[in-house]
Ligand binder design. Sequence first.
Ligand code: ADP
Ligand code: MG
Length: 599
Amino acid sequence: MRIRHLPDHLVNQIAAGEVIERPAAAVKELVENSIDADATQINVTIREGGKNYIQIQDNGIGMSPAELEACVERHATSKLPDDDLVHINHLGFRGEALPSIGSVSNLSIRSRASNAEDAWGIDVQSGQKSDPVPSAHPQGTTITVTDLFHTTPARLKFLKSERAEYGAVKDVLTRLAMAFPHIGFKLTHNDKTSFDYRPQTQDLLQSSLKRLSAILGQEFEHNSVPVSAEREGVTITGFAGLPTLSRGTSQYQFLFVNGRPVKDRLILGCVRAAYSDLLHRDRHPVVALFLDLAPEDVDVNVHPAKTEVRFKDAGLIRGLIISALKHALLEGGQVTSQTISTQALSSLRPQTISGPALPVSRASSYPRYSNLALKEDSAPFQGFDQDFMPSSKTEDIYEAIEDTFTHPLGAARAQLHENYIIAQTEKGLVIVDQHAAHERLVYEKFKTQFHGGKVESQGLLVPEIVDLDDTDIQNLLSQKDLLQKLGLDIEAFGQGSISIQSVPAILGHKINFSDLIRDLVDEFREHKTTHGLEEKVNHILSTMACHGSVRSGRRLNAQEMNTLLRNMEQTPNSGHCNHGRPTYIELDLTDIEKLFGRR
Ligand code: ADP
Ligand code: MG
């Protein structure tokens, strides 16, 4: 066997195997070229998921005949003017996209350079390029790719269904559209417009938000908080969806590094960590985050398709992202999701009742909750933290609460079904889920106590004995020190039991301890090794908070309700419970009036 130099077209085909693995990859490379060429409008037209036909049309700086000839040559690029692989300011730089695509398809380029009189074209058929020929084209470039992979049948075989390939093209283009809101992006598939995002003209932040909501839906605009932080020259900006806007998959997490869409595990991990406290494990937040840092601090050259990056100082990046997200969410924590109230409103829309009206007797047999709830003698809870809800009685409730309308969560007016507090605000009304709200309050208070040193603990007069199986006892006792710091003292007690000596004071002493212990046991069983200490602590606190909170079904008097509302206003993250469910929803008076046809 002899060593031989491979002919160019083969080298290009091999490179194409790496860079252009499917139609979406070709679209990505071509659209990135248009972006690098300063286009303000990019139109992408594909057929059969791009397998058959891809056309990219831009109004960028275009190419001269000489540039047309050069651009399809391997490693020819206008983007590395000074051999500097460190300061990469364009999306492209390898100079291999066009020759690679040309080697596995029929490629046709038409272009007119800025201020040039004439347009020119060049064709590449299976790696063979033609001479430039005069042609007709406005300023900018149109590149058409047909019969992709016809020279590499093996690759062709591995393409997925038309739908899947189309989905991948759409995903690629959507991510680029997020990163470049000032550029218009239009996608047409099989002659149908799939989207048409107009170029945004406001400042970057506003444009970015508008573009994101054009893509993710209006609800994102109203249910996200801006993220903005800087540390040692690294900046993070973007928008983080409120926990109540969460989705069932993590595919609505869009990450960009120096304007480049990436799918980076480090960053995804940071997002999960930042929300871990606010969302149930199988819910995922919606975020769009843009990380910008000096080109020398990030290596984008890890993979030819450039969706992975490597950071010089991963610790710095991690700390920055987590704290920026947590901070943003904290600020937004009291705002409950607007989507929820929109949902609530649409479900409240008056139904056209076609049947006979309800018989009077049935209607009037409904209990009058509002009166019930405001009765003076409603029994105060037992075992309930005084800080949250003093149970002292008020003389005249209406007088006492008149001035509380001005508070964000208003004045409590009624409790319905022993769980929902209805409060009147200046602009409308608020419905609070008392269990969810109280759970969040207890949890946040737990955390404050824990981070402030030690959780206050209260000894039990008679220790509680809980029977458990041996492994669970072992698991529990192995966490004894940690639990003690969290206010829970346990001891082994004979064979097959533990005794509880003292409990966190916040929980009161009327809760069901064996239920709590069993939940903790489950918690440990599930997360034996997977969590860091902080996450573990938060999970334990969250489990305990759930037990310590007012269960639904407890009747509250007006003052207790108002105390709960005031505490919510002062508590971070009080807009949602520990599982990401909202703790309250807000309805605007104008919306309510609309429901009744008054507006
Ligand atoms: P790279 O983008 O890595 O430089 P490509 O093979 O993708 O490599 O493109 C080669 C060159 O062709 C680019 O450097 C650029 O000068 C030119 N080019 C490609 N597409 C366009 C376009 N749409 N408008 C203007 N110039 C383009
Ligand atoms: Mg390129």
